[in-house]
Ligand binder design. Structure first.
Ligand code: AMP
Length: 484
C-alpha cells in the first residue's frame, strides 16, 4: 500500500524565522511582542505568541507583521502570564497556512506544551510517516509539529527527558524555544546552524534569535546558547543540559552575509563589523581601478560597501534610495511581483550617479532579478560604468537548513558562469568575494584542507547535516517513501 503524506507543494521551505522567549517578567507577552518586532526581518508573513500564567497556556497567532497582530492592547492583555514564547515566520500565502503559524501548542499528558522553531528539519517526513502510521493526527504541515508528537509519545518520565528524547530523533537545523510545566526551554541543534542567545532582563531570563531583540527591551546579552545545548529556566534559575555528543560547530555563514540584523552580535561577532570586513576583503580581491565611487544596494549591501569604500579609498555614496515601506522583494511570491517589487523598493539618486563609474555592492545574487533591475536603473540615471561586487561567493546550492532559497535550477550561479552572469545583469565587470576570503573576513583560518567552521553549503555544496528526506533531490522536494 502506498501512503501519501498530504502536504501542499512548496509548503515547507520558507522557514526563515525568528524566535523569542522570556520567563520572569510581569507582562511576558508584551515583552515578547517587542522582541518579535526587533526580529521582524527574520520573517514577515506570520507571527505568534504563547503565554503561560501558572495554570494555562494562551496563544494568539496571525498572518502578517507583529505590529498588525500584537499592536492591539486587548490581544496582549489576553495573553496573561510571566512566561511567553514567540515566533516570526516566513510562510506561503493563503488562508491554509494559518494552521502552520507558530508557536505550535498541544495538551499533552503532563499539560500544555508550546514550541517555536527557527530552522528546518531534514528528516521530518520520515518521522512523520512513522508517526502517522502509528496513529498520530497532524494539524499542520509544519516540521515543528513532528517535535510535539515525539514529545507526546516519548516513554520517558520528566518533561525534560521527553524533550531530549524527541531531540535525539530529529535531524537538521533548529533553534527552539518551548514552554512546558511553567518552564522556559531553549535548545540549539548539535551543529549550532541557527543562532540563539541568552539575555537577562532584571531577574528574568530572555532567549532570542539575535541580540537586537534584547536591545529593544533593555535586556543584557549574557552569551550564545552553545551548539547542542539545552537550557531550562524555572523558579530556581537556569539549568544547562548537554544531551548530545559533541560535534563540530557549523554556524550558518549566510547569517553574516545577509540574514542577521547588522546591529546584532551573532555567535560572538558583530554582524556589522563582519560585513565591513567582508567588504574590505572584496576590495582587496576585486579592486575597481577606474571607479569614482562606491554605491550599496540598500539595505543589505550597505555595511560591506562601507568596508569596500574604506579599503579602496573611494567615496561612499547613497546612489540608490530605498523605500522602507515595502517588504523584502525576495518574499514576493511571483516573478512578476518581484520585478514590480524592485521598482517599488529602490530608486536611483540621479545627481550622485550621473556620469560616474560606480562600484555597486550587494551581499548576494540569488535569481539575479534585483541586480538586473538595479543596474538598468543606474544606467538610466546616467552611470558611465557599473562594476558589481558581491560580498559572498556565488550562491550555487539551495539551503535545507532554514534559509529561504529557491531550487538549484533557479539559482543563477548554478546555471551560469560569472561571465555569463555579468552579461545577464548588464554590468561592466562582476566579481564575488572568494570563500576563503569570506572566511578570512570572519577571522577564521583559510577553509582549504580543513573542516569548515561554518555551514557554507549554499556556496560549497557541502551539507554538514544528513539530508535524510532529500537524498539526491536538490530541487528540494522531499522523498516520500512507500509504506506497508
Ligand atoms: P535576486 O533578485 O533573487 O538575485 O535577489 C537578490 C537580493 O535578495 C539580494 O539583494 C539579497 O540581499 C536578497 N537576498 C538574498 N538571499 C535572500 C533570502 N534568503 N531571503 C530574502 N532575500 C534574500
Amino acid at each position: 500500500m502506498q501512503t501519501h503524506i498530504n502536504l501542499p507543494e512548496d509548503d515547507h521551505f520558507h522557514d526563515e524565522c525568528g524566535v523569542f522567549g522570556v520567563r520572569g517578567v510581569a507582562d511576558a507577552s508584551a515583552v515578547a511582542a517587542l522582541g518579535l518586532h526587533a526580529l521582524q526581518h527574520r520573517g514577515q508573513e506570520a507571527c505568534g505568541i504563547a503565554a503561560f500564567d501558572g495554570e494555562a497556556v494562551s496563544i494568539h497567532r496571525g498572518l502578517g507583521l507583529v505590529s498588525d497582530n500584537f499592536g492591539n492592547r486587548e490581544i496582549i492583555q489576553g495573553l496573561k502570564g510571566s512566561c511567553a514564547i514567540g515566533h516570526n515566520r516566513y510562510a506561503t500565502c493563503g488562508a491554509t497556512i494559518l494552521r502552520n503559524v507558530q508557536p505550535i501548542f498541544a495538551d499533552l499528558s503532563f499539560g500544555g506544551f508550546a514550541v517555536a522553531h527557527n530552522g528546518n528539519l531534514t528528516n521530518a517526513y520520515a518521522l512523520r510517516e512513522r508517526l502517522v502510521r502509528d496513529g498520530a493526527i497532524f494539524q499542520s504541515t509544519s516540521d515543528t509539529e513532528v517535535i510535539v508528537h515525539l514529545v507526546a509519545k516519548s516513554a520517558k518520565k520528566t518533561v525534560l527527558d521527553r524533550f531530549s528524547d524527541a531531540l535525539h530523533n530529529i535531524e537538521g537545523a533548529y533553534s527552539l524555544v518551548a514552554i512546558a510545566e511553567g518552564k522556559l526551554m531553549g535548545v540549539r541543534d548539535p551543529s549550532g546552524v541557527r543562532p540563539l542567545c541568552l539575555g537577562r532582563l532584571g531577574d528574568a531570563y530572555v532567549l532570542a534569535s539575535e541580540t537586537c531583540a534584547f536591545d529593544i527591551i533593555g535586556a543584557q546579552f549574557v552569551r550564545d546558547i552553545e551548539p547542542g545545548e539545552l537550557v531550562v529556566i524555572d523558579d530556581a534559575g537556569l539549568h544547562v543540559h548537554k544531551p548530545f555528543a559533541k560535534t563540530e560547530s557549523r554556524f550558518c555563514i549566510f547569517e553574516y552575509v545577509y540574514f542577521a540584523r547588522p546591529d546584532s552580535r551573532v555567535d560572538g561577532r558583530s554582524v556589522y563589523e563582519a560585513r565591513k570586513h567582508i567588504g574590505a576583503e572584496l576590495a582587496r580581491e576585486a579592486p575597481s581601478l577606474d571607479a569614482d565611487l562606491v554605491v550599496p544596494v540598500p539595505d543589505s549591501g550597505v555595511p560591506s560597501a562601507i568596508g569596500y569604500a574604506a579599503e579602496a579609498k573611494l567615496p561612499f555614496e547613497l546612489g540608490i534610495i530605498r523605500n522602507h515601506y515595502v517588504g523584502r522583494t525576495f518574499i514576493e511570491p511571483t516573478d512578476q511581483i518581484r520585478h514590480l517589487g524592485v521598482k517599488l523598493k529602490h530608486n536611483a539618486n540621479p545627481d550622485v550617479i550621473k556620469g560616474k563609474s560606480i562600484v555597486l555592492v550587494d551581499d548576494s545574487i540569488v535569481r539575479g532579478t534585483t541586480s538586473k533591475k538595479i543596474v538598468e536603473m543606474l544606467r538610466q540615471a546616467g552611470a558611465r560604468a557599473v562594476h558589481m561586487r558581491i560580498s559572498s561567493p556565488p550562491t550555487k546550492h539551495p539551503c535545507f537548513y532554514g534559509i529561504d532559497t529557491p531550487t538549484k535550477d533557479e539559482l543563477l550561479a548554478n546555471n551560469m558562469s560569472v561571465e555569463e552572469i555579468r552579461n545577464f545583469i548588464g554590468v561592466d565587470s562582476l566579481a564575488y568575494v572568494s570563500l576563503d576570503g569570506l572566511y578570512r573576513a570572519l577571522g577564521k583560518a583559510k577553509r582549504d584542507g580543513k573542516v569548515p567552521q561554518f555551514c557554507d553549503a549554499c556556496f560549497s555544496g557541502e551539507y554538514p547535516i544528513r539530508l535524510a528526506d532529500f537524498e539526491g533531490r536538490e530541487d528540494r522536494t522531499r522523498k516520500v517513501s512507500a509504506l506497508g
